[in-house]
Design a protein around this ligand. Structure first.
Ligand code: MLT
Length: 268
């Protein structure tokens, strides 16, 4: 893990870095941190890319910033990380909540985007029932702690195949989910609840875009990925076989092959 000061955000960001070459930022989902990208770091670095995986404010080892965490703010946080590292343009990718942040980055910092990877995510904001669920989970996190959130969410996030046959994937997801703080979880849930509709911004995306989705993702299913693909001209949609929502953890070989193959086409 490395750290870098972001005075503009009033915080020090924690991030993992591996490799050299075209920078590829990977943004984690909820209730996780940068540790969920562990299966991607070495393979993407070995393929000739510089992987940067930060913890969002309040999650993992990045402390909360001066502003409450929000999805648009998460896009600006990524720009601040790139500024601090002296990176002008990067491929930005994210899974689920990380995808919402990647779409925010694309809306707010389009000139800095070299490519977009949207994994197991969707354009639509929360509906009324979804917002009520966030409020219930906020109350649960406050009353019972982060373990209760992991207990409720992990069975929905991981596909049945990984839960039954892939102990390494289960262990990684459990470890990362259970090390979050109550404040971080509450902040992220509020940001998810209040996030904007990403659909209007997507037709303006003018860089190559890869949409990935676990074949059995029940949280942001293949239909949501198809909608993303339809909104971004020229995008490619790839299904990750046998995986649920945590496609990068559940089937890293297929996920990494899809990402590396696509990234290599971007190279001059
Ligand atoms: C995630 O995986 O980041 C969350 O499931 C996103 C969400 O609940 O909308």
């Amino acid at each position: 893990m490395k750290t870098i000061d972001l005075p503009r955000c009033g915080l020090t960001a924690a991030y993992d870095e591996a490799g050299t070459g075209l920078p590829v930022v990977l943004l984690h989902g909820f209730p996780f941190d940068r540790g969920m990208w562990e299966p991607q770091l070495a393979p993407l670095a070995a393929a000739g890319f510089r992987v940067l995986a930060p913890d969002f404010p309040g999650m993992g080892r990045t402390a909360a910033g001066t502003e409450p965490f929000a999805i648009d703010g998460a896009g600006d946080f990524v720009a601040a990380v790139l500024d601090a590292l002296g990176v002008a343009r990067a491929v930005v990718g994210g899974l689920s909540m990380g995808g919402y942040a990647a779409m925010a980055f694309a809306r707010r910092h389009p000139a800095r985007l070299a490519g977009l990877i949207l994994a197991d995510t969707k354009a639509a904001p929360d509906d009324e029932a979804g917002r009520a669920t966030r409020d219930r989970l906020i109350a649960t996190a406050k009353a019972e702690g982060p373990g209760a959130i992991a207990d409720e969410m992990l069975p929905k996030l991981m596909g049945e195949k990984a839960r039954k046959t892939n102990p390494a994937a289960v262990r990684l997801a459990e470890t990362v989910a259970r090390r979050q703080t109550v404040d971080g979880i509450v902040g992220a849930l509020a940001a998810l609840r209040d996030r904007p509709d990403a659909a209007p911004g997507l037709p303006k995306v003018a860089v190559p875009t890869l949409v990935l989705v676990g074949e059995y993702d029940e949280v942001t299913p293949p239909l949501a990925a198809a909608r993303l693909g339809a909104l971004v001209a020229g995008s490619e949609v790839v299904h990750i076989p046998g995986a649920g929502h945590l496609s990068n953890v559940e089937n890293p070989d297929a996920f990494n092959a899809a990402v590396v193959g696509w990234l290599k086409q971007l190279k001059p």
